[in-house]
Ligand binder design. Sequence first.
Ligand code: SF4
Ligand code: SF4
Ligand code: FES
Length: 473
Amino acid sequence: MPEIFINGKPYQADPDQTVLQVCLANGIYVPYFCWHPHLSVVGNCRICMIEEEGRGVDIGCNMPVKAGMRVLTESEEVHAHRKAILQFITLNHPVDCGICDKAGECTLQDYHYEYNGAPSMSHEPKVTSTKFYDLSDRIVLDNERCILCSRCVRFTREVSKSNGLGIEERADVSLVRPSTDGSFKDDAYSDNVVDICPVGALLSRSFFYKSRVWYLTSTPSVCPGCERGCSIDIWHRKPEWFVQSLDPSENSAIARVTPRENPAVNGPWICNKGRDLARIFERKRALEPMLKGKPATPADALATARELLAAARHPVAVVSSWGSNEELDAFRRAFDAGLTVVAKHDHAPEPGEVVEDDVLIRADKNPNSARVRELFGNAAASIPAEADLVLVWGEGQAFSKIPPGAKVILLGSYLAPENGHADVFLPISIQTERDGHYTNFQGTVSGFSACFPKAPGVADAESLFAALAGSAP
Ligand code: SF4
Ligand code: SF4
Ligand code: FES
């Protein structure tokens, strides 16, 4: 293992590391724009300058380690180069941070204050460019803010493989544009370029001018969009920034979803479906228990459910593959002995959705099918004809497949026509309102935490199972 000296101190390095990687691995700050740990090295932004003693400055992201080499990350020469690079990069930059969604997370802002801080030296008018270029119906490009680092281009060529983006023309009229040899619009991972763009050039339509990032906080979660179970952060308003006079539903809304790096599951990426979880979680909620479609008190609905279970001769329970490990355990404790269990996929692929690929997306659109298989390996695939009571947990059960005459207890979260057809309907909480874990198809267990308080009137499925336990014959 070669030993190198950074700012006079010895560090052990892997022979295939660059000096930038050794610095970052040891907590030594070096700025970078174009380098990304999961993309190829292009060395075009020149901000990562490091001085090798006796040899002068060069870019650290493409500087291989050599045993005994001595480098400086904060010398006068290094600082002078970084300042010059920033002056060059901001020469035609609009500096419209006040209206930029990236403000607060922009490395150009951070590095400018760290290494430059001076007004522009240029007396020439800035070169203007396209301000709102629709790269797709999801992403807008501001070419004036683009620093041509090419991260977005490399992402579409090396990770998502859509070859969706390229750079056309040269010098100060260079433009990132959709390329002719690929399709950015069809890239199921396109939104990752918004995260990796080091400036505010690539912007998500769903987050466009929606919030300043410092109003938001994030909660660790797991995407339920398929059995990959990608680790994500769900962003929502900080309590100290709750709106008082506007629509208060803003205070419990998902502002955006970003990947949370997890090498065991999704690396640093997620697919676009994971970004759109608000479409799943913010559907109209079912908040009232019902008896045959008529509102009932929770106590009456629960008592009726217990009576129906006790009276049934062939009760069946349909288990949800969107239930957490904890809920599935509670379900098994409550019903495994007395009921026939049927395994159900709550969600199927939607029209137009990428069903499966060799990046992340899996064909099974449910987060916890693996745990259902583990716990209910012998579960039936469909409801037996002799069933006289069916307890349905979650979505995706066609009521036409329930034997006619069977009583139905339904535990659901969203408004749906089936709710009114059930003999008993009990409203339950959703993932963003509780803590739990999912087991993905590889057996990796990932946890999620509550982002919002439970909607009024709903109970956790886990507590309902406990309350119903022992009612079955
Ligand atoms: S749009 Fe962003 S990621 Fe793409 S080249 Fe420009 S600065 Fe880099
Ligand atoms: S790959 Fe699956 S789990 Fe990951 S973000 Fe996409 S839908 Fe969600
Ligand atoms: S980070 Fe090294 S040249 Fe861009």
